[in-house]
Design a binder for this molecule. Structure first.
Ligand SMILES: Nc1ncnc2c1ncn2[C@@H]1O[C@H](COP(=O)(O)OP(=O)(O)OP(=O)(O)O)[C@@H](O)[C@H]1O
Ligand SMILES: [Mg+2]
Length: 1189
């Protein structure tokens, strides 16, 4: 069975999500999940079943209602477990990655470039595995999971364990505890940033990047403002932490060109501010001597678009005085050490710090941990990036140099004991660098302006006072220049866009300080830390408890130290130390530091957190000097030396000192000492009051934002790596209130939100609350969590908020929301796309309808026009038709034209193909009758011409013959029409079919035509088959080999026939015997000429060749029957040139049997064709009547 293994110790949230999703995730191949729960943390919150100890490896499977059911204990996990773990993780990550990003990246914010998802998994696995193996050595990464959570020793143990394994970060819930390693751990690389980007808090080992990333993502998802309060004592690593956060944002936030600019500027403002505001102290080689609150402004896409820096109380006294082992502000050393030769020359400086009184008091101008030269380069470069012009930088360095020259300024007493400048060279340099006339400067430093009623009097100063005035001036110049610098940086970071911004604030303020001698500055710094501690208590401990009470949630109070009592001691109106100090400063008369001390003893002497030498008991008194007072701060006791309090608080710059600055040509000085200032009669606020107000302002700023905390711990005083001072750290644990915070965390709820906000964020997870909940937000939340299946011990519902006990519950909800968000986005997208498409469709439909309308209108108009036109045409047509027979007029002209055209068109298409078809000529309309006839004639001629052109010689010969035939028979013989279509041929008997002998006999006469014929005997009329051959000379009747008869063409003479042929024939027949063989005879007035060839007018194919012969022995006429009658006779007429020898006769033909003896052939029509000899001895030829066509 497939199983899935999961380590719950490092990833409780994921473990639970897995468990919830288990049945779904396992799928068909693995319904069971084996869960490896090897250690304390998970079991802490989920007490293990009996018999299972904290270090046992257990296997769980999901039970009913998302519970875990142990399925066995297995103390020796097989080596393959880790591998399985890896594969499971990887595959499940990858699988999830396909739908929703595993690491809940920043919503729509495009994240920084990542490698593939698999790379990320591998990376996480690597980290995880590293953590796994290290676990026993490294302790736990979240104090919330600490077993004896009330034990300070256990807390310390865990911190120490981790510190020695170079694991400097540990969580208390969402608070990050950081221990200064004092060495480079290599954990701030770009790779590390990538690893922590978009990952839930508990998924990876604690890191400042994880916190930064969570702040960023919370800001984006909740669209609100946050701040990260970095606290800890001096040298604990606050500034470093703030720089790491800044670097993380600069790298990880989505970027555009603008962002890169802001990111660069934010980053580069750091070295500049550090150079001017940080200094080496006994506690820290790079101690912040001012408080810094930096706002990073983000737009809704998470791009950093601007920034703003607020600075708090710069320790100006450091300019003129440093304790032993301490230095002035870094910038002085950087300038002297790193400044270019030209620059130093121009500034009148030497490359030797020892030459300057302001730099040598601490006697440690050179420090091994600080490289002033390279820092100088960084500062110069940074200045150019953050919009400092050349002249700005020049003026700035001139001021720094002038302060050094001022420091070297010496005074001596003149005869009257008044101060005069001893070394003029220095004052000349100051005068040159600040652009102030030498005289004015000198006077300003050695005199004081006193107002006496109406006039001002210059009073000379003693040497001591002059030194004081000089130092005051140096401090004032440096202090104001520092403020100018911050403002200038702010200008360059200013956000141009006015749209709403989200802000992440970074507070890096000087840490709690306890020196052997503590002065006014330490008092202010520690007061500031006291205030911040109060804020922390308010926001976490106190407000937590108050909130539970307010919300009606059951709560077991956690005792904590409330430092309000100390804050009140310092700041309370009229009674507080600050009020008393101000009072002393402002009151007339001889106020001194000691009178201030006395006043305190008098007014607050009984306060439990205040003690002085006078007030202390015997033992304590030993530890106090006469001028000291001691405060019992939340972070411990601090003894302050009262000397200088009044002066520093007054921050007195004699009026003449300010006036001296006014003619300055240095733009920065001009800006810092405006001309209006000296005229102001109002006394400026004291330093401590200003500081108090600015702290109030800061508290307000912070209270309006969501807090996140980084608590920095200093492991030893020696600034050494790998040295963990238990006493020191325990002290810090105590005063930082970490134990109380842990107790509150353990007792409380990890997450709370107002119902409205919670519902607003997660309402999409429940169908009843999505998209809008109609009832009250509380009911909505109830409904929502019921749907989500929260167990009763996982949450509590207060009056206005829901409280969720474990982060995992929230993470599971958040995970579900991340998944759901994508689905919702898809749905919204689908809806939107649908809507857009629908809109498009409707628009298109409307457009289509409009086009359709226009088109239809157009069509209808066209149709109407067409119809109107048609009506007109038809009307005209009808009118034309009606008047068609009238002479051409306007009414019928078109019609007639149409008729004409129509007729001609039709005629063109129906023209007869041949002359013979001329009968089909189209009948013309009346108006075209004449035209038609003309056309017909033309056309006939055209056809004829066409016809003639196409006639071949053969055809022409044929036609000539046919014409001959026609002239002989047309209209005369009944069967003639049928013969027309029968083509004539050259001969009907081929030469081969003629007997050779015959051929030999007649060939020389050139055979022209031969045709088979039937010859009827002249006596008996018996039919005999013969060949009739026409030669050029004569016609031969051939019987096979014999030429039976030769007929000369000349003997075939033609003649005219009497008109009344019947009569003539009858008379001719009767008179035959009477007729002599003379050429002509006359009878009854009729002339009868002897005939050449006789044929009847009927359909028979008989012809009689009349042979003219006077010789009685000669054979007589031939009675022949031929199938090719017309052809034969035509050939005969042509060959024999006897065009008129053929006579068509009616009735009977007389022929000569032999000269002087005649016979008759009678022709008639009958039922059928027959030839017979009639009783009268005539040959009877009956032929069927052919129907004329
Ligand atoms: N995360 C860290 N890794 C390595 N070194 C560190 C780290 N944090 C601090 N340090 C070392 O500790 C020194 C002091 O740190 P930092 O200046 O941040 O202290 P701080 O809390 O700001 O002190 P102060 O209140 O005096 O300004 C740094 O100069 C650096 O050498
Ligand atoms: Mg610092």
């Amino acid at each position: 069975m497939a199983s899935r293994t999961w380590r719950a110790d490092l990833y409780p949230s994921r473990f639970h999500t897995r468990l919830r999703n288990a049945p779904r995730m396992a799928g068909p191949d693995g319904p069971l999940i084996k869960v490896k729960v090897p250690l304390i943390p998970y079991l802490l919150e989920h007490p293990p079943p009996q018999g299972i100890t904290r270090d046992t490896v257990e296997c769980f499977s999901p039970g009913p209602q998302n519970t875990c059911v142990p399925v066995g204990a297995n103390s020796h996990d097989p080596p393959s477990t880790l591998w399985r773990l890896n594969t499971t993780l990887r595959s499940s990550f990858l699988r999830r990655g396909t739908t929703t990003p595993v690491f809940s990246p920043r919503g729509t914010v495009p994240g920084p470039p990542h490698n593939s998802l698999e790379d990320r998994c591998n990376r996480i696995l690597r980290n995880m595995e590293a953590s796994l193996t290290a676990r026993d050595r490294v302790g736990i990464q979240d104090f919330v999971l600490l077993d004896p959570y009330t034990s300070e020793s256990a807390f310390l143990d865990n911190l120490r364990k981790r510190f020695h394994e170079n694991l400097i970060y540990t969580y208390i819930g969402t608070l990050l505890v950081s221990v200064n390693p004092y060495k480079d751990l290599g954990i701030y690389s770009k790779k590390q940033m990538d690893t922590y980007m978009g990952v839930n808090f508990f998924e990876l080992p604690p890191h400042i990047y994880a916190l930064a990333d969570n702040v960023f993502r919370t800001m984006l998802s909740e669209f609100n403002n946050h701040f990260i309060l970095i606290s800890g004592e001096s040298g604990a690593g606050k500034t470093e932490a703030s720089k790491k956060i800044l670097q993380f944002y600069a790298v990880s936030c989505p970027s555009n060109r603008l962002l890169n600019n802001v990111g660069d500027r934010l980053l580069l403002s750091n070295p500049v501010l550090e150079a001017f505001g940080n200094a080496k102290t006994l506690k820290n080689d790079n101690s912040s001597r001012f408080g810094k609150y930096m706002d990073i402004q983000f737009n809704y896409r998470g791009e950093a678009v601007g920034g703003h820096i607020l600075s708090y109380l710069l320790e100006k006294s450091r300019v003129v005085h440093q304790n032993h082992g301490e230095r002035n502000f870094h910038i002085f050393y950087q300038l002297v050490e790193g400044g270019e030769e030209d620059l130093l020359r121009w500034l009148g400086l030497e490359r030797n710090c020892k030459k300057y009184r302001y730099l040598v008091q601490g006697d440690c101008a050179k420090v091994s941990s600080i490289n002033d030269k390279s820092d100088w380069k960084t500062v110069r470069k940074a200045l150019s990036v953050i919009d400092f012009s050349e002249s700005d930088t020049e003026h700035l360095f001139a001021i720094i140099a002038s302060v050094l020259h001022l420091g070297n300024l010496k005074f001596e007493a003149d005869a009257r004991g008044y101060a005069t400048v001893k070394n003029y060279q220095e004052i000349q340099w100051v005068s040159k660098l600040l652009g102030i006339p030498n005289q004015v400067l000198q006077q300003g430093l050695t005199h004081r302006k006193i107002e006496a009623k109406t006039e001002e009097v210059l009073s000379p100063l003693s040497v001591e006072h002059a030194v004081y005035a000089r130092d005051a001036l140096a401090k004032a110049i440096y202090g104001r220049t520092f403020n100018w610098l911050v403002n200038k940086i702010n200008e360059s970071l200013a956000n141009q866009d006015s749209s709403r911004k989200m802000v992440i604030g970074l507070l890096d303020i000087y840490g709690f300080e306890v020196f052997s001698v503590n002065s006014f500055e330490q008092f202010c710094i520690n007061y500031c830390n006291e205030k911040l501690q109060q804020l922390f208590i308010q926001l976490t401990l106190k407000s937590e408890q108050e909130e539970y009470e307010l919300e009606g949630i059951e709560w077991e109070p956690v005792p904590y130290f409330n430092n309000k009592i100390i804050c009140d001691l310092v700041e309370e109106k009229f009674r507080g130390i600050i009020s008393l100090l101000d009072e002393e400063c402002l009151r007339p008369g001889e106020a001194t530091d000691l009178t201030f001390l006395e006043k305190m003893e008098e007014k607050i002497g009984g306060h439990p957190h205040f003690v002085t030498h006078k007030l202390a008991d015997k033992n304590t008194r030993k530890t106090l000097e006469r001028g000291d007072f001691r405060l019992l701060h939340y972070a411990g006791e601090v003894t302050y030396c009262v000397v200088g309090f009044l002066d520093k608080n007054n921050d007195l710059l004699y009026r003449s000192g300010k006036e001296v600055m006014q003619p300055s040509k240095n733009a920065i000085i001009k800006h810092c000492f405006p001309s209006s200032e000296p005229d102001s009669k109002k006394r400026p606020e004291t330093v401590v009051t200003q500081f108090k107000s600015s702290l109030m302002g800061l508290t307000e700023i912070l209270m309006s934002k969501e807090p996140w905390y980084v608590r920095c711990i200093k492991p030893n005083e020696a600034k050494q790596p790998a040295k963990f001072d238990d006493v020191l750290v325990r002290h810090q644990i105590k005063y930082l209130g970490l134990m109380e915070h842990l107790r509150v965390r353990r007792a409380g709820f990890a997450y709370r939100r107002r119902y409205e906000i919670f519902l607003q964020r997660y309402k999409a997870l429940c169908p009843d609350t999505w998209p809008n909940w109609k009832g009250t937000p509380e009911e909505g939340v109830r409904c929502l969590i019921k749907h989500l299946g929260y167990k009763t011990d996982e949450y509590k519902l207060g009056r206005t908020k829901i409280f969720i006990r474990h982060p995992r519950t929230l993470f599971a909800t958040e995970d579900a929301f991340q998944v759901c968000k994508h689905q919702l986005a898809t749905r919204i997208q689908a809806k939107y796309k649908g809507w857009r498409v629908k809109e498009d469709y409707l628009r298109q439909k409307e457009a289509a309808t409009r086009i359709e309308n226009c088109w239809r209108g157009l069509m209808a108009r066209k149709e109407r026009e067409r119809r109107a036109w048609a009506v007109k045409v038809i009307k005209k047509f009808i009118k034309g038709f009606m008047t068609r027979n009238q002479p051409a007029c306007i009414d019928n002209s078109e019609y007639l034209a149409y008729v004409r055209q129509n007729y001609l068109t039709r005629l063109k298409e129906n023209l007869p193909k041949t002359v013979l078809e001329m009968g089909s000529w189209l009948t013309p309309p009346p108006i075209l009758k004449e035209v038609s006839e003309l056309l017909q004639n033309i056309y006939i001629r055209y056809l004829v011409r066409q016809f003639v052109r196409e006639i071949t010689p053969q055809r022409k010969a044929q036609l000539l013959l046919k014409a001959q035939t026609s002239s002989m028979f047309k209209g005369k013989k009944e069967s003639y029409p049928f013969s027309v279509c029968r083509l004539f041929v050259d001969t009907r008997i081929a030469l081969e079919d003629i007997n050779l002998k015959v051929l030999q006999t007649i060939q020389h006469e050139h055979i022209k035509y031969s045709v088979p014929v039937v010859k009827y005997d002249r006596n008996g009329f018996r039919p005999r088959l013969r060949q009739l051959i026409f030669t050029q000379e004569a016609a031969y009747l051939v019987e096979e080999t014999k030429i039976k008869q030769r007929i000369d063409y000349s003997s075939l003479k033609g003649g005219f026939v009497a008109k009344k042929l019947d009569l003539s024939l009858i008379s001719l027949t009767q008179s035959v015997s009477l007729v002599n063989r003379s050429d002509f005879f006359k009878r009854g007035g009729w002339f009868v000429k002897r005939r050449g060839v006789s044929v009847s007018n009927l359909s028979d194919n008989f012809f009689i060749l009349h042979v003219t012969c006077d010789d009685i022995k000669q054979k007589g006429d031939l009675v022949l029957q031929c199938d090719y009658l017309y052809e034969a006779l035509t050939k005969l007429s042509v060959v024999g040139d006897k065009h008129s020898c053929v006579k068509v006769v009616q009735g009977s033909v007389r022929f000569d049997i032999q000269p002087g003896r005649e016979g008759f052939v009678e022709f008639k029509s009958g039922q059928e064709s027959m030839v017979y000899r009639a009783k009268n001895g005539h040959l009877m030829v009956e032929s069927t009547r052919t129907k004329s066509r």
